[in-house]
Design a protein around this ligand. Structure first.
Ligand code: BTN
Length: 254
């Protein structure tokens, strides 16, 4: 912890051997008034959660972490924080591990074509005010995805699998928290457009042909861009444009 160079992110750390989900623990702490920047880290999770109710496999060796935030923002902007976090993870993996890192909209961090990290942002908010946000980050670090069940192994990789060596987890976490704090401060200072520039540089989605599943409906088209609010713009086959705020995005060949 002495090497942590942040001003407030990670100054309060709750560390566990095993929890059900670090997002659940963080939520309880947030309800009890935990300060902004408090983090929860676990060696393993028995009920790690992914987006859209999916299970997230969380064995020992990975980074399973949640950050409690209390930004004074319009709740409509909460999804932008996922993109902010994605940029912080991507720059950390690129700079510290020298990997070809990309981002699949909205928040999958890829090495090559395979997913190495997922982000799950959960908010407690009214239409007017955010009470707290929990940003959950799962990085497949020193794990072997070959041991995952077949369905989850597909399209997944880990840093150990890519680099063929183990990485020092505490060091990577410290570097990430510093990058995260810098990006998050920018976000609070209304510099989201700057972060989006970075996001676009990492994006593997823009320019590719995608299928987005949203609320029982599938839209197909070319991802032509992301607007100033972080919303994905698709050009459909008939040439019309469609905005997608959230959903599951699958890259497909045309
Ligand atoms: C996804 O890509 O579907 C999001 C995965 C998010 C996983 C992390 S691990 C730490 C935190 N606790 C959870 O239960 N989920 C997130």
């Amino acid at each position: 912890q002495k090497d942590l160079k942040t001003d407030y992110i990670g100054h309060e750390i709750h560390y566990f051997n095993e929890v059900d989900s670090t997002n659940n623990v963080a939520k309880e702490l947030a309800k009890d008034g935990a300060v902004e920047g408090t983090i929860v880290i676990a060696e393993s999770q028995s009920m790690g959660r992914g987006r859209r109710g999916k299970k997230w496999i969380s064995p020992e060796g990975g980074i399973w972490m949640s950050i409690i935030l209390r930004p004074k923002i319009n709740p409509a902007k909460a999804p932008q924080l996922t993109l902010v976090t994605g940029v912080a993870v991507a720059e950390t993996l690129k700079n510290e591990c020298g990997l070809d890192v990309g981002i699949k909209w909205p928040n999958d961090i890829l090495v090559g074509e395979k997913k190495v990290c997922g982000i799950l942002t959960e908010a407690q908010a009214t239409t007017k005010k955010v009470e707290y946000l929990i940003v959950g980050i799962g990085i497949d670090l020193n794990v072997d995805v070959k041991l995952f069940p077949p369905k989850l192994r597909e399209g997944a990789t880990s840093l150990k699998n890519e680099l063929e060596k183990e990485i020092h987890s505490a060091e990577l976490i410290q570097k990430f928290l510093l990058n995260f704090e810098n990006r998050y401060n920018e976000f609070k200072e209304d510099k989201f457009p700057e972060i989006l520039k970075q996001w676009r540089m990492f994006s593997k989605t823009i320019g590719s042909y995608v299928e987005v599943h949203k609320r029982g409906r599938t839209v197909k088209g070319e991802a032509v861009g992301i607007n100033k609010d972080g919303i994905l713009i698709l050009e459909l086959e008939d040439g019309s444009l469609e905005k997608v705020v959230s959903g599951e995005c699958i890259h497909v060949k045309k």
